[in-house]
Design a protein around this ligand. Structure first.
Ligand SMILES: *Cc1c(COP(=O)(O)O)cnc(C)c1O
Length: 434
């Protein structure tokens, strides 16, 4: 404080302001200890229902919850019943918005419930859904086997198609007036090919009109919430399997969805009636995980960079799919990488020389890295996409996306990186010996 100013210290302190970074706020944001007996940490509100102070209060809470009247300024949504709201979920949702600078967030009991609820809320019979291929297996199944049952038309595009080619594809379908949503997953799993979010948004804007706004939804599980911020690039909805980095300890299944207040209000309403919200225990676990989100993800990315550098020089390895290896020789992918990502992430896939036999020998001989699907966790995981995560995709489609018998996918964790490289080296030595 300037010395010559006579100013009450308390008033000066109140004026001091700083916008703290998300990682500084993950331990406290949105939680008031005075409402919970002074407990430093948010308790687990393991309760199905909440007591109203009076019948009038109960009436007023319901009016807001069912949108029979607007919320008054400063009025908070009252706690009613844990299918509608619960403090562990509300505080978690507030914290999650900070990373993506979203207005609001809804959390779910799984990534798939977040994805399916968004698709069901914003698509109607006759609509066209355009989606990037490949998408997560569960999403692919939901789009192909559930949405089509409700008369929703589907069309896919791939990372190597330009904006003009995608628009032509939509027009050739004869359904360009019915386009309602563009759904993107980038980087694509397991080959890390990139889709341009801004360009997808510009397609949505070009094909929207005053009666209809085409929404862009992005599954940001692979790079979020730290390394890619789809809402800042024009997306309307960002989706997460919070099972992955956000949860990050392979001990909970959860999902999240973020966007504007209006969009999330619609999603939360459908969530209330599908009943697929996360429970208080899941909310509490995710809050605990969020405290270490940034250091975990940064260490995972640093470890992945070392592992990728090791893999690319190995004689038994043919090709490495890693964002850090995209070069200007591939200008389209390179430009998206530079514009959209703040890190090369912690997912690496590679082609081993040979086929399924060599891939399986490698996987069966790992000693530290676990042979399991899933990703984004503290422990490193390895799997064989062609026979595991991507087995449901037709052989032709697998070929298009380079998902061959020799492809192995790694999710790098927080272990000592020299131990990880030692493990990969010794498992590759077993492959060499046949
Ligand atoms: C795991 C995953 C999902 C599904 O999430 P669940 O939490 O398993 O329901 C969706 N998208 C991507 C990219 C994923 O990796």
């Amino acid at each position: 404080m300037p010395r010559n100013v006579t100013f009450p210290l308390k008033a000066y302190n109140r004026m001091k302001k700083r916008d703290f970074h998300p990682e500084s706020l993950m331990m406290s944001y949105g939680y008031k200890p005075e409402l919970s007996e002074g407990a430093l940490k948010c308790p687990i509100f393991q309760t199905s229902t909440f007591v109203f102070k009076s019948a009038e209060e109960g009436k007023s809470f319901f009016e807001v919850a069912y949108m029979h009247r607007e919320k008054r300024p400063q009025e908070e949504v009252g706690l009613i019943y844990s299918r509608l709201n619960n403090p562990d979920l509300e505080i978690l949702e507030d914290r999650l918005t900070l990373w993506d600078k979203a207005e609001d967030c809804a959390v779910f009991e799984s990534g798939m419930s977040a994805i399916s609820t968004v698709l069901l809320e914003f698509l109607n019979p006759g609509d066209l859904l355009l989606y990037s291929s490949p998408v997560y297996g569960g999403t692919h199944h939901f789009i192909h086997h559930v949405l089509t049952k409700f008369g929703i038309n589907i069309l896919c595009f791939t990372a190597d198609q330009s904006k003009d080619e995608i628009i032509e594809l939509i027009e050739c379908s004869g359904l360009s007036n019915n386009l309602a949503m563009i759904y993107i997953e980038t980087p694509a799993n397991p080959t890390n090919s990139l889709i341009d979010i801004e360009s997808s948004k510009s397609i949505a804007v070009e094909l929207s009109n005053e009666n209809k706004e085409i929404l862009v939804a992005v599954d940001n599980t692979f790079m979020g919430p730290l390394w890619q911020h789809p809402l800042q690039l024009g997306a309307d909805i960002v989706l997460y399997s919070a099972t992955k980095y956000i949860g990050g300890h392979s001990d909970v299944i959860a999902g999240a969805c973020m966007g504007s207040k209006e969009i999330i209000a619609r999603i939360k309403t459908l969530r209330t009636f599908l009943g697929n919200m996360a429970g208080p225990w899941t909310g509490w676990l995710l809050m605990r995980s969020l405290e270490t989100l940034k250091p975990r993800m940064e260490l995972q990315a640093a470890n992945a960079a070392r592992v990728a550098t090791y893999l690319i020089q190995h004689l038994l390895i043919e090709k490495v799919y890693y964002l850090g290896f995209i070069t200007e020789e591939n200008p389209a992918q390179y430009n998206i990488y530079k514009k959209q990502y703040e890190s090369a992430g912690a997912m690496i896939s590679f082609d081993i020389i040979g086929g399924e036999k060599e891939a399986f020998t490698f996987l069966n001989n790992l000693k530290l890295i676990k042979l399991a699907v899933s990703l984004g966790s503290t422990e490193s995981l390895a799997e064989h996409p062609a026979s595991m995560t991507h087995v449901d995709i037709s052989p032709d489609e697998r070929k298009v996306h380079s998902i061959s018998e020799k492809l192995i996918r790694l999710s790098i964790g927080v272990e000592n990186v020299d131990d990880l490289i030692w493990d990969i080296e010794q498992a590759l030595a077993e492959v060499k010996m046949g």
